[in-house]
Design a protein around this ligand. Structure first.
Ligand code: 13P
Length: 249
């Protein structure tokens, strides 16, 4: 039994005050439920304040990125240890915007995943193909490469805390959600790849969540699929009402 995970990725949105207001409203609108895991990923500047508000609420906090080193002369960067200290339990790693806009390659993502798990920060490891890759029939090849390189040298124990997020790049911020069938096909493939490497029983426990234009209208169909274990929501997570509707799919 895999508990559904609904995570909101706020990207570069919300001041500290707006973030804290959101967290307070979310706690009022959403009573803790044993059959959901709810996560919010504020910008770095809001993490500490949001985590303080949400403490004890059953709503978890994620970072959107981290650096792979613990400390040092890395101007502008933030380590896993700092994120845990600020109240994070999760960290998004390898988001397609990081890959495309900030040049993060699979080897960098591999080091970030390693840094996260070393500090008991659970990674939400993002993978997914571009439109060109899908149209060239390369979706499976691309996600398999991202998994194998991202998780290079990871043991079965290492992968237990990891959540995989399948986010087809063509569906992010475009209003073009993958159909439940399109998403299911890739989720099943991801689970099969993980099964081949780590064994089917471990792969059966793994959370594979979907991201890309998820909204209150599309979440139900996605969650009805056997291999879709939740959602990583961008735009529709910025508004409490729509985020709560998604949580309560
Ligand atoms: P949208 O829901 O805005 O398409 O963003 C998805 C995403 O990138 C979540 O990480």
């Amino acid at each position: 039994m895999r508990l559904p995970i609904i995570a909101g990725n706020w990207k570069m949105h919300k001041t500290v005050r707006e973030s804290v207001d959101f967290a307070r409203q979310l706690m009022i609108a959403y009573a803790e439920s044993p059959d959901r895991r709810v996560i919010v990923a504020p910008p770095f500047t809001s993490i500490y304040a949001v985590a303080a508000v949400l403490m004890g609420s059953g709503i978890h906090v994620a970072a959107q990125n981290l650096h792979d080193k613990q400390a040092g002369a890395f101007t502008g960067e933030i380590s896993a240890a700092m994120l845990v200290d600020a109240g994070c339990e999760y960290a998004i790693v390898g988001h397609s915007e990081r890959r495309a806009l900030f040049g993060e390659r699979d080897d960098v993502i591999n080091r970030k995943l390693r840094a996260a798990i070393s500090f008991d920060l659970r990674p939400i490891f993002c993978i997914g193909e571009t439109l060109d890759e899908r149209e060239a029939g390369r979706t499976f090849t691309v996600v398999e490469r991202q998994i194998k390189e991202g998780l290079n040298n990871f043991t079965a124990d290492d992968i237990k805390p990891i959540v995989i997020a399948y986010e087809p790049v063509w569906a992010i911020g475009t209003g073009r959600t993958a159909t439940p069938e399109q998403a299911q096909e890739v989720h099943a493939y991801i689970r099969a790849v993980m099964g081949k490497i780590y064994g089917d029983s471990l792969a059966g426990l793994l959370h594979v969540i979907y991201g890309g234009s998820v909204n209150p209208g599309t979440i139900g169909g996605l969650m009805a699929q056997p291999d879709i274990d939740g959602a990583l929501v961008g735009g529709a997570s910025l508004d409490v009402e729509s985020f709560v509707k998604i949580i309560q799919f």
